[in-house]
Design a protein around this ligand. Sequence first.
Ligand code: ADP
Ligand code: MG
Length: 425
Amino acid sequence: TKEFEKLKYETLKYFWGYDSFRDSQEDIINSIISCKDTLALLPTGAGKSLCYQLPALIQQGTCIVISPLVALMRDQVSQLKKRGIEAEFLSSELEEAEAETIFNNCKDGLTKLLYVSPERLANAQFLQNIEEVEISFIAVDEAHCISEWGQDFRPSYQNIKTFKEQFKDVPCLALTATATLKVLTEIQSKLGLKNPNVFQKSFRRNNLNIVIEEISDKYQRIYDILRLNQKSGIIYTRTRKEAEELTYFLSSKGISNVDFFHAGISPKEKMAKQKKWINSQSNVLVSTNAFGMGIDKDNVRFVIHFSPSASIENYYQEIGRAGRNGHQSFAFMFWNQQELNNFDQILANQIPTKKEFTAIVSYIYSAFQVADGELPEQTFQLHIDRVKRFTKYSTPKIKNVLNFLHNQELIFHNEYKSLSTLELK
Ligand code: ADP
Ligand code: MG
């Protein structure tokens, strides 16, 4: 109805200060409000949060948001509270009395969004309490965590289906930035979505320039980039040791705005490092892939892959953290022949795991992409042969991965190869 349309825009303006929705946001919101199961595939930074936060506000009851990380929940809830929106999250750190207050506020319809971890959905106390809450809909953020294929797999996401069955008429909105057909199908079946409306936005990121360079001295190259560009960025390494060593190297050369981050540091320290980075214009984090999921920092100007990602989906998500504000941004991937040889050697001796396999393919792909520009059939075959040489994987399987790579519509750039400085204006 007309009145409802008005309410949507008024809510958007009042709580967020925005005048318009971005692509597909409105369709997704309409879909969930009309009680349809909905699947939203939008790139990182597209604004998925709003797709459940806004309808939660204009509907009766409480929206249950399932989110994989406490840090994410805390972050979102504090942002919502700042906007004057009643939101809470349940964590194991809460006192019993605090949890009780939260439940009471939900039962009274005061709390519009309740964030919970997937683990909690199997907790008897929680299930008993939630029984008395009127649930508007269930939002599953980072829904790809349910896929065993990706490296963000969280077994506890499987609790969601059982939980949903307890609330048969409550619609479900699943959101993710991962758009492979395989993951999509898995999300649908494992969440038990009924005939969902699927919304997908093009994953092309026109302001993201992918630069793949053959570099023998990666340390020196990174030093040059940072020295000349005082901008905020992320450098991904494969190991904790690499993250620390690179950070020490850069600091010792006088680069003061770098810090490292990985799963081995205390939660408290993690939070401090993350906060410092998020609030700065120029800080650089050197990190393993422990960092980044759900991070919302709009002025990240570059992402550097010191080593290749664990998988191509990871690679896509990781580089997607650059340029969320629409400014020209860069994603660098470095490689050299020696490393490639090391890969070859490792692979000659063993059958790689799925994870290694995807890393290898992305690595090989990146290396070849520079030379080839496009990806014609011939090159395709070259990749396949190369991967086959080292693995027992079948051609169709390799083809799937390569097809996926190709469909990401990423723009690969060649012309930066010889540049020693970059214009990151
Ligand atoms: P995602 O979860 O898709 O990665 P977020 O929900 O974190 O993205 O949103 C990314 C950024 O986009 C946030 O800063 C958010 O405030 C902003 N944003 C979302 N919707 C709109 C809109 N309609 N207009 C302007 N900015 C928006
Ligand atoms: Mg998000």
